[in-house]
Design a protein around this ligand. Structure first.
Ligand code: NOJ
Length: 506
């Protein structure tokens, strides 16, 4: 025993026993972490990179960003620290890593006539280093950073985006597709459209809730569909990978058993993510029926001669339907929805008025440092079960799930560990129920630049010192707990590491 304790102190990672080894993850289950270009790379104008919409808004309106780091100019400096990033993946034993390409690092002006060789080189270096250590790359083409010249032409409000995005996708598939077998076209359409075009808390700050959100929604789905068809027709036969999309799926519980609350929760699901899921995953295609009827009726009352939601032609429906080889889901949080209570006044017209129901969160649901993020019972299980029953996609990949802690907290992040373990239990329940979940990516590999939250909301399994020019990364307790899970493939509640010295297990 004494010898074991000494060894534990030296080796740091000493594992106990999982209570129930039968509840374990399959050997081919992908365990990874996720990040995004803007949030970690820095090098905002290095080696020919062009300006993105996040560079533009943070340079023009730094007052919009909270905390000490007002822009993503340097963030985690992964543009220079990519070797260390892969080393962290190896320390935890990750089998996958999800990251995004910066469109304007590859195509500085957004269009494919001018490719930046230094941008291609950066991603080649990163991908090659991962492949060298058997870490599977999952690559997102668009994680919110449109090249500014394309925004100047309307961005996702311009239907030509479908062609511009397809051209960009072709450059990515051509240059990286020999090694990248998992492509995600868009990350979180809801946040792109609802927050970036509908409100002003994400770039490009369009703030057109009643119309901008919906215009963006359809253009985004058709852009995705173009990239999917391109891959499917020209690249999949040679490269043999898969292509899909990642939606952010918050879970909406009906507040009571009443039929009215069930309807209200369903409307919320359709409005928040069904408008992206339905055209792609449903058999009939197009926008979800009940929400479409609701917006059409309201638009009429409001004096519009057409539904603000818009509609898909039969040809567009057919083009978008079935265009995802997997359902990528980012899941963090949940609400209870009521048809009658907690309804707040919204501007008319607006998307929140189109939704029109009350949101509630019971006090016993713990809240993260990000006020929008709560731990609700079995919300991941509920969300995926619902999607599986409704759309029955070929498979699910959990492309993000995570918990933030406040700035200044130390390396002991027990609340994050509780959150992740609860999510892993949900995944085990889904697997036991026969749902085809193929991977889990924790958000995030390290603390990073959390959009307008700056560096005040820390999601990292590794802490990053943003005051240190080297942006030193240090493993938190949660990194050790994730490492235990990956190594044993089951959750060991007795594992409670105290020595946080991280090393690579050879
Ligand atoms: C989802 C987004 O994809 C990611 O960029 C963000 O940092 C996390 N949510 C946490 O807010």
């Amino acid at each position: 025993m004494k010898i074991l304790m000494v060894l534990c102190a030296v080796v740091a990672a000493c594992y106990g026993e999982c209570e129930n080894k039968d509840r374990s993850f399959p050997s081919d289950f992908l365990f990874g972490c996720a990040t995004a270009a803007v949030q970690i790379e820095g090098g905002w104008n290095a080696d020919g990179k062009g300006e993105s919409i996040w560079d533009r808004i943070t340079h023009r309106y730094p007052e919009l960003v909270s905390g000490p780091v007002l822009n993503p100019d340097v963030s985690c400096d992964s543009y220079n620290n990519w070797k260390r990033d892969v080393e962290m993946m190896r320390e935890m034993g990750l089998t996958a890593y999800r990251f995004s390409l910066s469109w304007s690092r590859i195509l500085p002006k957004g269009f494919a006539n001018e490719v930046n060789p230094k941008g291609i080189e950066y991603y080649n270096n990163l991908i090659n280093e991962m492949v060298k250590y058997n870490i599977t790359p999952l690559v997102t083409l668009y994680h919110w950073d449109l090249p500014q010249p394309l925004q100047d032409l309307g961005g996702l409000a311009n239907p030509l985006i479908t062609k511009w995005f397809e051209d960009y996708a072709r450059v990515a598939f051509t240059n990286f597709g020999d090694r990248v077998k998992h492509w995600i076209t868009f990350n979180e359409p809801r946040e792109v459209c609802y927050e970036g075009y509908g409100f002003n808390n994400k770039a490009p700050l369009v703030n057109s809730s009643a119309i901008g959100t919906y215009v963006c929604a359809k253009n985004l789905v058709l852009s995705h569909a173009n990239a999917y068809h391109l891959y499917d027709k020209e690249f999949k036969p040679i490269q043999g990978g898969e292509c899909g999309i990642t939606l952010s799926v918050q879970w909406f519980y009906p507040m009571t058993d009443s039929a009215e609350d069930a309807y209200a929760a369903e409307i919320m699901r359709q409005a928040e993510w069904g408008i992206y899921a339905h055209p792609i995953y449903s058999k009939e295609g197009g926008f979800p029926k009940e929400f479409a009827e609701r917006v059409a009726a309201k638009s009429k009352e409001q004096g519009f001669g057409w539904s603000r939601l818009g509609e898909y032609t039969e040809e567009e429906k057919a083009w978008a339907r079935g265009t995802s080889d997997f359902f990528g889901i980012n899941h963090y949080t949940a609400f209870q929805i009521s048809a009658t209570k907690y309804i707040e006044a919204s501007p008319v017209p607006s998307l929140t008025d189109d939704e029109g129901f009350g949101h509630f969160r019971p006090a016993e649901w713990p809240v993260a440092a990000s006020a929008w993020c709560v731990m609700a019972p079995n919300s991941l299980y509920n969300a995926i079960t619902f999607l599986n029953n409704k759309y029955n996609p070929p498979k699910f990949i959990i492309t993000e799930n995570g918990w933030s802690i406040a700035i200044g907290r130390d390396l002991i992040d027990d609340d994050r560990i509780t959150y992740h373990r609860a999510a892993w239990e949900d995944v085990l329940d889904l697997l036991a129920a026969g749902v085809n979940v193929k991977g889990y990516m924790a958000w995030s590999l390290m603390d990073n630049w959390e959009w307008l939250g700056g560096v005040t909301e820390r999601f990292g399994l590794y802490a990053v010192d943003f005051e240190d020019p080297a942006r030193t990364r240090t493993a938190r307790k949660s990194a050790f707990v994730y490492k235990q899970l990956i190594k044993d493939r089951c959750i060991d509640y007795s594992y409670n590491p105290t020595n946080l010295t991280m090393t690579i297990d050879e």
